[in-house]
Design a protein around this ligand. Structure first.
Ligand code: PML
Ligand code: MG
Length: 261
């Protein structure tokens, strides 16, 4: 399979028309596929978009495109799960982890203050760690991290080994967090879902790993968050290019293979 060419396959789904016509974001999906696996790939994304707690879409686009650039292979971030009893405790832990990542308290507070303004955005927003200002110019769209995946068989072995639930949601979030944290300009990522039925989120950095926090919002809340705290003012364009275009495949360490088989 390694010798095969890969395609980036992407899906986006909205309700009340396309985004251009003011539609509400329902779901998005990214994966890499070989040509021979394309039917399955498209079907997986179709299923994802059709069955979402944010509602049934009335607009969906699925597209694929051949990848010319070489794929970068990366090991997944280390995962830790922090059980918390309340949203307040969860959010306090987020702030603590962001501070640990080297972001000043006042910058974290500024990001939180502006958070309601960011919550309808489909992709990620980029916040400069020096000014606390949003620096991407993508308005409602945000930056969509793309061209990344983790082959299911490899993910399942990893999940078994670390005793982590084999949810595609965790796989997809960890793929994204690993790709994002690998870039030297990323200081930290803060994320929780816009799915009203999913309240676990995370803070991720290369050093601290993928720190899951079990309660970051109340059930029923459709406001999500995906912020990248960055130090990349001088090379913003190449940073965004990396997020959108660099193909990445996540693969667990080889040495573990011998231990679980
Ligand atoms: C999402 O659903 O869009 C993000 C989910 C983030 C948390 C996934 C997890 O580790 O449980
Ligand atoms: Mg989502």
């Amino acid at each position: 399979m390694e010798a095969d060419k890969y395609y980036s396959v992407r899906m986006r789904a909205a309700k009340n028309g396309s985004y251009k016509h003011g539609g509400k974001h329902i779901s998005g999906g990214e994966l890499l596929s070989t040509y021979s696996n394309m039917k399955q790939a498209v079907n997986d994304l179709l299923e994802k978009g059709l069955n979402h707690s944010r509602g049934n879409p009335d607009f969906m686009q699925i597209q694929f495109e051949l990848i010319d650039e070489p794929i970068k292979f990366m090991k997944p971030l280390q995962v830790a799960t922090n059980e918390v009893e309340s949203v307040e405790m969860g959010q306090a832990l987020c702030r603590k982890l962001l501070e640990k990542a080297g972001i000043e308290r006042k910058i974290i507070e500024k990001a939180y203050k502006n958070m309601t303004e960011y919550s309808g955005i489909r992709g990620a927003i980029l916040i400069d760690i020096h000014s606390g200002e949003r620096i991407d110019d993508r308005k409602d769209k945000g930056v969509r991290v793309s061209r990344m995946d983790w082959l299911n068989t490899n993910f399942k072995k990893w999940a078994d080994y670390y005793n982590i639930p084999k949810y595609s949601r965790i796989k997809e979030a960890l793929v994204l967090a690993t790709k994002v944290s690998e870039h030297p300009s990323t200081v930290a990522e803060l994320c929780w879902s816009d799915d009203p039925e999913y309240i676990t989120g995370y803070v991720a950095t290369k050093k601290l790993g993928y720190q899951r926090i079990t309660k970051l919002k109340e059930y029923g809340d459709e406001r999500g968050c995906r912020i990248f705290f960055v130090d990349c003012l001088r090379d913003l364009n190449s940073y965004i290019h990396y997020l959108e275009k660099q193909p990445v495949l996540i693969q667990r360490e080889e040495e573990n293979d011998t231990r679980i088989n």
